[in-house]
Design a binder for this molecule. Structure first.
Ligand code: C5P
Length: 232
């Protein structure tokens, strides 16, 4: 499943654009990420237009609600054709929600959890009511361990937390890592970044990369160059 670790983020609400990009990148990336902007606008039709290109899809909807509602939402998502390769929930939904989510997905897709959104600073996290004494990186590891104990397959995490999460949860626990920028590329609004090679060396299984590929003059060549940078 992870022979090619690159997951291109198709961050557009337009299904025709998303499907065209997925088609151009088929064979150059291992997966494509479809998010809320496309799914909330077009629902299953838009998702299926992208998935029909033959690239496995990470459906990034980050469910977070009471266990019964999340389980029913995931059951609905599992009726998509083809089923997504990966779906996700928030780890802060708690153990009962995570366990209900795992039962609903039932191995039909990989189920991963968002630990702490990497857009949040320590001050933001404390403002949101988390333990002011806790270190954010330690909280991310704790939520990753909870996700594993609850039967999930992995987490979304910062490149800077990947090594600690792998050490705590084991090599088989999947790490999906955004904030990846090829050496010399425009950082844009990302802050805590790593190069694809460093992120992989730290244990990232899947590299989520958007604009450095989708906004390149030749997206397929950009994806191929990133793959080459991992091998070289
Ligand atoms: O264009 P870029 O490579 O920055 O896109 C990264 C993708 O990963 C976007 O879809 C973004 O929403 C997502 N993401 C992120 N940072 C997180 C979680 C998700 O950049 N902490």
């Amino acid at each position: 499943m992870f022979q090619n670790p690159i997951c291109v983020a198709l961050d557009t609400p337009d299904p025709a654009l998303a499907a065209a990009m997925a088609g151009r990148l088929k064979g150059r990336v291992g997966m494509a990420k479809v998010g809320m902007e496309l799914f909330y606008r077009t629902g299953r039709a838009g998702y299926e237009q992208v998935a029909a290109q033959g690239v496995p899809v990470f459906l990034d909807l980050k469910l977070h609600d009471i266990p019964n509602t999340v389980a029913q939402g995931l059951t609905s998502l599992m009726s998509l054709a083809p089923a997504p390769a990966i779906v996700n929930v928030h780890a802060t939904g708690g153990p009962a929600m995570l366990e209900a989510a795992a039962r609903a997905v039932d191995g039909k897709a990989r189920l991963i959890a968002v630990t702490i959104l990497t857009s949040l600073s320590d001050a933001d996290i404390h403002a949101a009511g988390f333990d002011p004494a806790a270190d954010t990186a330690q909280t991310a590891v704790k939520l990753a361990q909870l996700s594993k104990q609850s039967g999930l397959d992995g987490v979304v995490c910062s490149p800077h937390d990947t090594a600690a999460i792998k050490a705590a949860c084991g090599a088989d626990f999947i790490t999906v890592v955004p904030g990846v920028r090829p050496a010399g590329a425009d950082v844009q609004d990302q802050k805590r970044i790593a190069t694809p090679r460093t992120a992989r060396a730290d244990g990232a299984d899947i590299l989520v990369i958007g604009r450095p590929i989708t906004q390149a003059a030749d997206p397929a060549a950009a994806a191929a160059a990133i793959t080459a940078s991992l091998e070289g």
